[in-house]
Structure formats: C-alpha cells, structure tokens
Design a protein around this ligand. Structure first.
Ligand SMILES: Nc1ncnc2c1ncn2[C@@H]1O[C@H](COP(=O)(O)OP(=O)(O)OP(=O)(O)O)[C@@H](O)[C@H]1O
Length: 216
C-alpha cells in the first residue's frame, strides 16, 4: 500500500504563509498532478510531503540535487545509498559492482543517456542532468514518487518517454507539472494549487485543459 493522508500541512517564510493549512489524501495507485501558477506553492508542498514520507518516497527535486563532481553512475547509485552498508557504498565509489552497473546501465539506456554513464555530471546538458535525477528516482524505486517539474528541460518525445516510465514504475505519485496537457495525459487526478490552498481537485477524466487554465 502506498497511499497516504496528511492534515495540517503548512509552511511559511518569515511571516508569509505560503502553504495551508491544508489536508491531502492520496489513494494507493493514484497519479496526482499538482498544477498552478508560478509561486502558488507546488514545490513547497512537494517538500512538505517528502519531509513526512522520507524513505517511502523517490524524489525528483526541481533543483535536481546532483553531485557535479561525481560521474553519472554514482549520482544514480545514490538513489539506494541508504539500502546498503557503508562498506558497500565505499567500495562502489572505487569500483562499482557488476550487478549495479548492469541495472544502472539499463536505466540510462532507457532514458537515452547510456553513453554518459561514466561522464562527470557537470559536463551534461540541462536535459541530460534532469534524466540523471529521474534515473536516480527510478533506481531508488520507493513506493511513492514525488517529482517537481521532472520534464521541464526535456523535448516532446523524451518528455513522453519519461512520464511513461515514471507512471509505470511508480504505483503512486505526486508530480508538479506546468504542462497541463501532460498532466491530463499521464495523471488520473489533478490538484490545483492557488495561494497555498487546494483550489481544484478532480479526476483528470472530468477535466480539460481550459478547466485547469482558470488557475492561471
Ligand atoms: N526560500 C524561500 N524564501 C522565501 N520565500 C520562498 C522561499 N521558497 C519559496 N518561497 C515563496 O513561497 C511561495 C511558493 O513557492 P513555491 O516554490 O512553492 O511555488 P511553485 O508553485 O512551486 O512555483 P514554480 O512553479 O515557479 O516552481 C512563493 O511565493 C515563493 O516566493
């Protein structure tokens, strides 16, 4: 089971309330798109959910959280750092195990960046870096995906490939998306955020793009 329910979600910066208080219940098997204009509070809400779900979540943060000095392989491997003992992680830094190399190579191949496996992450383009963060989340394979604009730097076909991979691999997800058509195509529930509150919460099947545009 990967559903969750939280009450009293709230966040402030200084004396400015930017989220809530709000409640969010996500059922097992739901793919929820968070939509809303810039500054509405989507990223802050994703961070609040991650603080509560911690190890149960695979996170793709908007800032990606990559270690530039390390090769792509090691950035993806970080998705499972907490699942291995220290000696295993230390050895992997020096000489990765064959089984991990094979799994990560498959993921990178699926995302079209197989040839970058041993490249320093700093040398990658924005879209390639975004795919490394996505590979790390896929490799972690936690019960729940939390992703903040995971396709913002990807072209059309790659954006579709990534949304397919994320919604197939994760049973339950919350994904902040500025692309309303992608939200409707890949998610089964749309939650609209406005001024830190839930202003829309409907099954995707009951909405079209113009219904969502009222939030903008
Ligand atoms: N570190 C911070 N310090 C002060 N205010 C912040 C900080 N981070 C976010 N905010 C404010 O909180 C509000 C919500 O920001 P948030 O990043 O959650 O919005 P968003 O909907 O994700 O926007 P975007 O679509 O542009 O990523 C905004 O008004 C923003 O200015």
């Amino acid at each position: 089971m990967s559903g969750f329910s939280f009450d009293q979600l709230k966040a402030s910066f200084g004396d400015k309330r930017v989220i809530g208080p709000l409640s969010l219940k996500v059922n097992d098997g739901e793919h929820v798109a968070l939509v809303g204009k810039s500054g509405a509070g989507k990223s802050t809400l994703i961070k609040l959910l991650y603080e509560r779900l911690t190890r149960d979540a695979s996170l793709v943060p908007q800032g990606l959280g990559l270690v530039n000095a390390l090769p792509v392989f090691h950035n993806v491997f970080m998705g499972q750092l907490d699942q291995h003992p220290l000696w295993y992680n230390t050895l992997t830094l020096l000489r990765p195990f064959r089984k991990d190399r094979a799994v990560i190579s498959d993921l990178l191949n699926q995302l079209g960046i197989a040839e970058k496996q041993w490249s320093p992450t700093a040398s990658l383009s924005g879209g390639q870096r975004q795919r490394v963060a996505i590979a790390r989340a896929l490799y972690r394979h936690a019960p729940i995906l939390l992703a903040d604009e995971p396709i913002s730097a990807l072209d059309g076909p790659m954006a579709h490939l990534v949304m397919n991979a994320l919604t197939e691999r994760f049973h339950t997800s919350v994904i902040a998306l500025h692309d309303v058509d992608m939200a409707l195509a890949y998610c089964n529930r749309i939650v609209g955020i406005q001024d830190g509150q839930v202003a829309l919460d409907q099954p995707a099947s009951k909405l079209n793009a113009s219904d969502i545009m009222t939030l903008y």
